[in-house]
Design a protein around this ligand. Structure first.
Ligand SMILES: Cc1cc2nc3c(=O)[nH]c(=O)nc-3n(C[C@H](O)[C@H](O)[C@H](O)COP(=O)(O)OP(=O)(O)OC[C@H]3O[C@@H](n4cnc5c(N)ncnc54)[C@H](O)[C@@H]3O)c2cc1C
Length: 501
């Protein structure tokens, strides 16, 4: 039995089926057929996202986006894939004083298999439309800005079209509300139906709108799984042979916490969460950019001297863009009127593992307690400063960060009008309440490791002290990847299949 149908749950299910197991997946989100996806952002967001995309940290300063649907967050993600950096696996292994946490050779072998399975390629390859027509239309401006900024320093950076599990992209720009055209090979479009087709519906059952609320244990074994299904009816699974929790970061930890798992041996469940913390920088140009037209995330940029962050060119349909557009009231209105003359790039900083989960006061659900460290904020500001310089080199008229305080917008000091002003960002952003921060990449909370003192699951993905309980999703990351995490989630799930009994 698997709880959750995102990349962690779905890839593991497929592998277990290949080994002759029968699989039942309970998924709390809706089953929405891709034919029913529409361009109505508000409707799709409310149906496909956890808490209708209003999930926010306890401080109210950090938005945490997650999907909730059959297929998990893969239904709404951008499908961008980065290989797991070797340094990440090294860091995870270095947490152990008694042997490796992850066998690198087997892990990277799984990664190759997942890359082939998910047809992960550069967007350019296999795309029938001309590449320029497919990519985010802000891209050509940003590409020439990056080239000019790094002219003569070609060894200092890596800039390229993203790799993704997208085949023959049409560049509609609606990745984040479900790909209606079947080009994104999400778990909903590809893995779950293919597994069911190959192994038969009797061997692979998925129940949507089934919220697993409690795991009951006896002598270190899960003996009952309780769920509430559509209409409020209760579902009880008795004596499951195996239970894998793949509800994603936050919700997997929350289910374990609610069930009292690991209390006796004080497992650090719901601790050590980390994020790829993001904040965008917007640039206004003197001509139409139409960045909304085309693939939302098209290029990435890594600056070799700064391994703590990554840039991704990025733009959104109007509702999502309005949520991150800088400015308040009339300034926000003015910026939205310039929607077609603005390009944006997102900065992703891999944070330290310093967040944790507590019960929320009023909702009865989980609350995430997180404040970025000063070091993480400094990395973000460094990244924004470099990016501001890149934009001005590329001919931007104005550049703005999504700073939160209203006052700077009254006297317009948050609007940078020349390259010489970019360093002002360092004064504008000193605290987490100074700038809009968020993530679509929450990680951790059920760390993998060799000791129950600092980990929740062992190298075999089994929860310490339990004989039939496993966790397999982004919550098992001990540290953040900095790069987009879904290929790491999928690879871990493929790798985990050898251990799940
Ligand atoms: C807008 C957006 C864009 C993104 N773009 C990218 C990208 O381009 N590249 C990339 O690498 N990553 C991206 N990500 C992140 C990536 O999608 C996630 O890291 C990945 O999906 C995590 O996989 P998972 O299996 O851990 O969890 P999820 O995909 O979140 O799946 C967990 C599933 O479990 C279900 N569930 C939770 N609790 C329960 C319960 N109690 N009972 C039953 N079901 C439950 C949830 O409803 C959900 O469907 C993006 C995320 C967002 C929000």
């Amino acid at each position: 039995m698997i709880v959750g149908s995102g990349p962690g749950g779905a890839i593991l299910a497929e592998q277990l089926l290949e080994k002759g197991r029968r699989v039942l997946i309970l998924e709390k989100g809706l089953y929405v057929h891709p034919d029913d996806f529409s361009e109505d952002e508000v409707d799709m967001i409310s149906r496909l996202y956890s808490d209708g995309a209003l999930q926010i940290s306890q401080s109210l300063r950090f938005t945490i986006l997650q999907g909730s649907a059959v297929g998990g967050t893969s239904v709404v993600n951008n499908a961008v894939c980065f290989d797991t950096p070797q340094r990440v696996i090294d860091t995870w292994n270095a947490r152990s004083s008694s042997g490796k946490v992850i066998d690198d050779t087997a892990y990277f072998d799984s990664q190759q298999k997942v890359r082939a399975r998910m047809r992960i390629k550069k967007i350019a390859e296999g795309t029938r439309k001309p590449l320029d027509a497919v990519l985010n239309h802000g891209d050509s401006l940003i590409t020439s800005a990056v080239k000019s900024y790094f002219a003569g320093r070609e060894d200092a950076y890596e800039y390229d079209v993203v790799e993704a599990n997208i085949v023959d992209c049409l560049g509609c720009g609606y990745c984040n509300i479900g790909c209606k055209y079947g080009r994104k090979l999400s778990m909903l479009d590809e893995v779950l139906p293919a597994a069911q087709h190959k192994h038969g519906a009797d061997n692979m059952r998925i129940i949507s709108e089934a919220n697993v609320t409690q795991l009951t244990e006896s002598s270190g074994k899960i003996t009952e799984v309780h769920a509430v299904v559509a209409g409020g009816r209760k579902l009880l699974v008795r004596n499951p042979k195996t239970v894998v929790v793949s509800g994603g970061t936050i919700h997997s930890s929350w289910l374990l916490m609610q069930s009292g798992i690991g209390k006796a041996n004080k497992l650090p469940i719901g601790k050590g969460l980390c994020f790829n913390m993001g904040s965008p920088l917007h640039a206004l140009f003197d001509r139409k950019v139409t960045a909304y037209d085309g693939l939302q995330i098209a290029h990435y940029l890594k600056v070799h001297d700064h391994p703590g962050f990554v840039y991704e060119t990025w733009y959104n349909p109007p509702v999502a863009q309005a949520l991150t557009m800088p400015g308040w009231l009339d300034t926000h209105f003015r910026n939205m009127q310039n929607y077609d003359r603005i390009a944006a790039v997102g900065v992703l900083v891999g944070t330290e593992s310093n967040a944790h989960i507590v019960p929320a006061l009023f909702t009865g659900g989980p609350d995430v307690v997180f404040q970025p460290t000063q070091g993480d904020l400094n990395k973000l500001v460094d990244a924004l400063v470099i990016l501001g310089n890149i934009f001005f080199t590329g001919g931007a008229l104005e550049v703005y960060a999504t700073t939160r305080r209203y006052q700077p917008y009254v006297n317009q000091s948050a609007v940078l009008r020349a390259q010489s002003q970019v360093d002002a960002l360092r004064d504008l952003v000193k605290h987490d309440y100074d700038i809009l921060l968020g993530t679509g990449h929450p990680q951790g909370g059920n760390a993998i490791g060799t000791s129950p003192a600092n980990s929740v699951i062992g190298p075999d993905f089994k929860v310490f002290g339990y004989s039939n309980l496993y966790v397999c999703d982004a919550s098992v990351f001990p540290t953040s990847t900095t790069v987009n995490p879904q290929l790491t989630v999928m690879t871990l799930a493929h790798y985990a299949a050898q251990f799940v009994q």
